[in-house]
Write a protein that binds this ligand. Structure first.
Ligand code: NAD
Length: 321
């Protein structure tokens, strides 16, 4: 029987691409429920689905911030049974902390963290009853790292001016790593997929928000650091090491089809180290001081590092596994 895969946030980006790849699986192993908050945006997905629409793919409304929406969506799935849940929906937030309202920050946690928790709570009783299931979470590596080169377990790192977004992804990692231990007893697997920068609408939406925001109450120095140092560096980072949503989706498909899914899976093997510093110094000072130096003291060196990254991307073959 095909496995029912429920994916959140499929109107664009990684979610849309993942829904496509699973729905077009040559062995038809998946029945995809591609969900989105606003069904008015289903056009692109439906056009891309082609013949899979109504066969291996159905589109459904799902706002991860609403209990009613989650209940309604699950009630439309045959038997209410989800074999694989992919928590993909997410929003970003960039900018100096002083200029962001708590409501805006809470919205990030409501979507990225509690949205995933809400969905898990809804599907878990069924998975436990059936003694099987797989929960995939699209997290993030946030900082710079290359686990293959540093030969150390990957560690998430914070990113300047993305404090709240990074915190929401750290929260997911702590939550799901804890849950994974219990769920193994029920033959349910958790996989945290950790992309680096991905060239989706995500960055564009953030930059649009940032260009319109005034960040009231923020001092001129901080605003200067944010607008004149951080933003250009961030744009360069996306341009130099950004991955396509197709590549990320391909890694997720592999995770889903694995007999022994990994707890953590990075998607971008070309993504280079600041992380080695974090691993080398468990106190964390080495990472914080060097990330600070690169952005605030030696921005030219940062440009050089990014150029090297871009060149090494051309040389390094992507080996997601
Ligand atoms: P995206 O903006 O194209 O996709 C995010 C999707 O989530 C959108 O379709 C959006 O409508 C949906 N969404 C937002 N709030 C929702 C809600 N309340 N209910 C349902 N859906 C909602 O960007 P993407 O890059 O495809 O992002 C997908 C995931 O990947 C996110 O969790 C993001 O944090 C993560 N990620 C992205 C990057 C990147 O650089 N783009 C890097 C690492 C991780």
């Amino acid at each position: 029987f095909p496995r029912t895969v429920l994916i959140s946030g499929c109107s664009s980006g990684i979610g849309l691409e993942l829904a496509m790849q699973l729905a077009h699986d040559s062995r038809q192993r998946y029945q995809v429920v591609a969900t989105m908050r606003d069904l008015g945006k289903k056009g692109t997905l439906e056009a891309a689905a082609g013949e899979a629409l109504g066969q291996t793919l159905t589109v459904a409304q799902l706002d991860v911030c609403s209990d009613e929406s989650v209940a309604q969506c699950l009630s439309c799935i045959r038997g209410g049974e989800v074999d694989v849940l992919v928590n993909n929906a997410g929003v970003g937030l960039m900018g100096p902390l002083e200029g962001l309202s708590l409501t805006t920050m809470q919205n990030v946690f409501d979507t990225n963290f509690f949205g995933a928790v809400r969905l898990v709570k809804a599907v878990l009783p069924g998975m436990k009853r059936r003694r099987q299931g797989h929960i995939v979470v699209v997290s993030s590596v946030m900082g710079l790292q290359d686990p293959q080169r540093v030969c150390l377990p990957p560690i998430l790192s914070g990113v300047v001016f993305n404090d709240v977004y990074a915190a929401s992804k750290f929260a997911l990692e702590g939550f799901f790593e804890s849950l994974a231990i219990q769920l193994l007893q029920f033959n349910i697997f958790i996989s945290l997929v950790e992309p680096g920068p991905v060239t989706t609408d995500f960055e564009g939406k953030l930059l649009e928000q940032v260009s319109m925001a005034e960040f009231p109450g923020t001092d001129p120095d901080t605003l200067h650091y944010f607008r004149d140092l951080y933003l250009p560096a961030s744009r360069k980072l996306f341009r130099s090491v950004g991955q396509s949503p197709q590549d990320v989706a391909q890694v997720i498909v592999k995770v889903i089809s694995s007999a022994r899914p990994p707890l953590r899976q990075q998607t971008n093997a070309r993504y280079y180290p600041l992380m080695a510093l974090k691993a080398a110094d468990p106190s964390g000072s080495l990472y914080v001081r060097n990330a600070h130096r690169l952005l605030f003291r030696w921005p030219r060196l940062l440009s050089l590092v990014l150029r090297c990254l871009a060149c090494s991307c051309l040389r390094t073959r992507v080996q997601p596994w």
